[in-house]
Design a binder for this molecule. Structure first.
Ligand SMILES: [Zn+2]
Length: 123
């Protein structure tokens, strides 16, 4: 488990079924992953916001050989870059079969001690 307090804030929200991201107070830029400063203007004044979890698939790949033992039970699985409607991009698990441009919705699944986001087709 990461000890980075910003990452912990994100994982705590995932455990509650929420996808959270940062928004800059100064320039309003959304960003993910969480950082101590705004990646656009450098301001340290960032707030957390909750995403509706809806977006579009920017890129997707299928992982046939998991990089670590704990993910081996899941293979094959899909990893995607998702453009969330709030204006940030994140990498996450996705359902096998989704394609670039598909509309998707965040769901969560238990993996070890965490709830991980996994994007599924938007019904
Ligand atoms: Zn900013």
């Amino acid at each position: 488990m990461s000890t980075d307090p910003l990452a912990q804030e994100f994982w705590k929200a995932c455990a509650a079924g929420e996808l959270r991201y940062q928004r800059c107070d100064a320039c309003k830029q959304p960003q993910f992953y969480p950082r101590p400063f705004c990646a656009k203007c450098g301001s340290p004044k960032l707030n957390w916001a909750t995403s509706k979890g809806q977006g579009s698939v920017y890129a997707v790949t299928t992982v046939e050989r998991a990089p670590t033992e704990d993910f081996r039970a899941l293979q094959p699985y899909a990893i995607a870059l998702i453009d969330l409607d709030e204006g940030f991009r994140m990498m996450a698990h996705a359902e096998i079969g989704i394609k670039i441009g598909d509309r998707v919705q965040a769901t969560f699944f238990a993996h070890g001690e965490r709830q991980l986001p996994r994007f599924a087709p938007n019904a």
